[in-house]
Design a protein around this ligand. Structure first.
Ligand SMILES: [Zn+2]
Length: 112
């Protein structure tokens, strides 16, 4: 899979963010560059979301906030049957939503 997921890095203060914003939440600068979200990190917290829009084919989504080794905190789908806070995971990109023929790719985490 060659899909990639991008956040942004502020060229003025170095703040990294995912998802990307139009302005840096730290210093307000609009001088941002794309930042590929990739690497390994640890699960800070996770939750299972059952109240999904009707066009979702999945029964629930397991979402996690992961602190990457770069220090960036990113939210994505956690593909882990036995999730645990503090567990090491790595990023991947996959289908986070299927609705008929439409597929949406997004950030996912898989256990190491
Ligand atoms: Zn900034």
């Amino acid at each position: 899979m060659d899909e990639k997921v991008y956040g942004a890095r502020c060229k003025d203060c170095g703040k990294e963010m995912y998802p990307a914003h139009a302005r840096c939440p730290e210093c307000g600068s609009e001088n941002l560059e794309p930042l590929e979200i990739t690497g390994e990190g640890k699960v800070l917290t996770y939750t299972d979301l059952y109240a999904l829009p009707l066009d979702y084919e999945q029964r629930y989504l397991r979402l996690a906030i992961v602190e990457l080794d770069s220090g960036l905190r990113a939210t994505g789908q956690l593909l882990d049957e036995k999730p645990k806070i503090g567990k090491r995971v790595k990023t991947t990109v996959g289908v986070v939503r299927k609705s008929g023929d439409r597929k949406t790719h997004g950030l996912q985490f898989v256990p190491l």
